[in-house]
Write a protein that binds this ligand. Structure first.
Ligand SMILES: Nc1ncnc2c1ncn2[C@@H]1O[C@H](COP(=O)(O)OP(=O)(O)OP(=O)(O)O)[C@@H](O)[C@H]1O
Ligand SMILES: [Mg+2]
Length: 289
């Protein structure tokens, strides 16, 4: 096979050093080829043995592909330099090289260092249905415990988020939040930080006006955008309608609705105190004719 001529971008992905590199390119455009070449370059020109590199992928299939393509590339290099002993050694080293999924690499680390983590030596990976059952057990137990303690904050939460039908939806909500925050590197800290945002900008008003919290701000902004968006839609309809005098009745109805939305907009923009409640009350009065 003819020697590949790498593009300029591919070359920088192959030879760049001393920083993190993110390569994003179209399917089939040579990402894996570049990564393989990068590894081969480290072996041949930087004298790094293949078992000193960590190559992780997301899937087993991708890991096998990497291993295979690295092996092919090493064989090709050996064809060019049959007398190179270091290159030949790489074939053996490849067997114990860390070319695997990120999950199996992590598992390996934990297996080797379980004692540093206060884990039992015979820990194992739970399957997903097992984990679901464990989660259910934990949340049931937690709720029992909190009911028993009659914890003030917990009771407030129950009163706010459950109905006479029961507390199942709240348990589900908690588990959902739990799942959601797992994608943060430090879930608990992340959650604390977001909760802290309820403690707004202005300490004095915080107990009385939810609109002055960061979250209130975001919700109000979204609400305002919805109102404006719908008002503009209605204005479009109105512009069509006025061309037909016989539809005057409809026009006046639409005008009425537009007027109502403008009033809410005005309140959102101008309200200074007790903002959340003012808007809440006004919004509840909304009645489209
Ligand atoms: N500069 C180049 N010149 C010639 N062929 C190239 C060049 N770059 C990549 N190729 C070839 O293109 C083909 C696809 O490359 P590769 O499998 O590395 O793409 P990929 O981006 O990893 O694809 P996928 O998105 O499917 O994972 C391979 O046969 C590779 O050798
Ligand atoms: Mg690829």
């Amino acid at each position: 096979m003819a020697k590949v001529t790498w593009t300029k971008e591919q070359q920088s992905a192959i030879y760049e050093k001393g920083s993190n590199i993110l390569v994003a390119a179209a399917a089939g455009s040579g990402k894996t080829a570049v990564l393989v070449e990068r590894i081969i370059n480290k072996i041949v020109n930087e004298n790094i043995d293949i078992d000193k590199l960590l190559v992780v992928t997301f899937t087993n299939a991708a890991a096998s592909e990497m291993r295979e393509r690295i092996l092919d590339a090493i064989y090709k290099k050996i064809e060019e330099k049959p007398e190179d002993v270091r290159l030949q050694k790489q074939i053996n080293l490849l067997n114990k090289a860390s070319i695997c999924t990120i999950h199996s690499f992590c598992l390996e680390v934990i297996r080797n260092y379980f004692y540093e983590l206060d884990l039992s030596a015979n820990f194992r990976i739970a399957d997903s249905s097992e984990i679901e059952l464990l989660k259910q057990d934990v949340i049931e137990e937690l709720f029992e415990e909190k009911y028993y303690e009659n914890d003030e904050n917990f009771i407030k939460l129950i009163n706010m988020y459950t109905t006479y039908r029961g507390d199942e939806p709240l348990k589900e909500l908690i588990l959902k939040i739990y799942d959601y925050i797992q994608s943060a590197p430090f879930p608990q800290e992340w959650l604390e930080e977001k909760i802290e945002m309820f403690n707004l900008k202005d300490e004095i008003e915080k107990k009385t006006d939810y609109a002055k919290t960061l979250w209130g701000d975001i919700l109000l902004e979204e609400y305002k955008n919805k109102i404006v968006e719908n008002r503009l839609k209605l204005e479009g309809v109105k512009a069509e309608l006025v061309r037909f005098p016989e539809l005057e009745k409809f026009t006046s109805t639409i005008l009425n609705d537009i007027q109502m939305l403008m009033e809410i907009e005005e309140i959102i923009i101008n309200a200074k105190d007790n903002v959340w409640n003012t808007i809440y009350l006004k919004a509840n009065e909304l009645k489209f004719r």
